[in-house]
Ligand binder design. Structure first.
Ligand code: NI
Length: 198
């Protein structure tokens, strides 16, 4: 089932999400629904707060980042992106390291805005997968980038929080338009500041 994606301005996006206590058919259904919702919106990641649930769950499919152009120099950041589909439950990033690099990020909760965000190149993370198996892994390149963005969501952080005060000020009007739903988006959304009677 495709779920509405919560737009910028909803308080659920600013909350630190809580752990999921145990695996259940409900969790499995939610994972399936989140993948369906993410693919429908052409996203590469989706976190539970974005569908209104403040729990530590996010899903990722980084396949669109795979390097498919054989004529060009291979992009080292894109290694292994083809089929990089994963579920992260109760994730904790234990360490971030390496040089910071910038990438033009977007977010399904903040449609039609993209900005350069700086993040470390490598992360260490522990999490449970969809089979409730515990993992402790290291990721870099675009894998780390997508995980960092989605992990931020379960910590109540949006990519706009990483921007300079000036950059954010320049976006205020656009962000207000998003919160009020006064723009066309080609997937289902829930807007926090929508006016009654519209
Ligand atoms: Ni996002």
């Amino acid at each position: 089932m495709i779920l509405p994606i919560v737009a910028y301005g909803d308080p659920v996006l600013k909350k630190v999400a809580t752990d999921i206590e145990k695996n259940s058919p409900e969790v499995q259904q939610l994972i399936a629904d989140m993948f369906e919702t993410m693919y429908n919106a052409s996203g590469v990641g989706l976190a539970a707060p974005q569908i209104g649930q403040s729990i530590r769950l996010f899903v990722i499919d980084g396949s669109p980042f795979a390097d498919t152009d054989e004529d060009e120099e291979p992009d080292p950041k894109a290694v292994g992106m083809d089929g990089f589909k994963k579920v992260f439950i109760n994730a904790q990033i234990t360490k971030e390291e390496g040089d910071e690099w910038s990438f033009n990020e977007g977010c399904l909760s903040i449609p039609k805005i993209r900005e350069l965000v700086y993040r470390n190149e490598t992360i260490h993370i522990t999490y449970r997968d969809e089979n409730w198996e515990l993992h402790s892994e290291t990721f870099d390149g675009y894998k780390a980038r997508i995980i960092q963005h989605e992990y931020d969501h379960i910590e109540g952080i949006l990519f706009t929080d990483h921007l300079s005060v000036l950059k954010r000020k320049l976006l205020t009007k656009k962000l207000g338009i998003i919160s009020k739903g006064e723009l066309l988006v080609d997937y289902k959304m829930k807007f926090p500041a929508i006016r009654k009677g519209r």
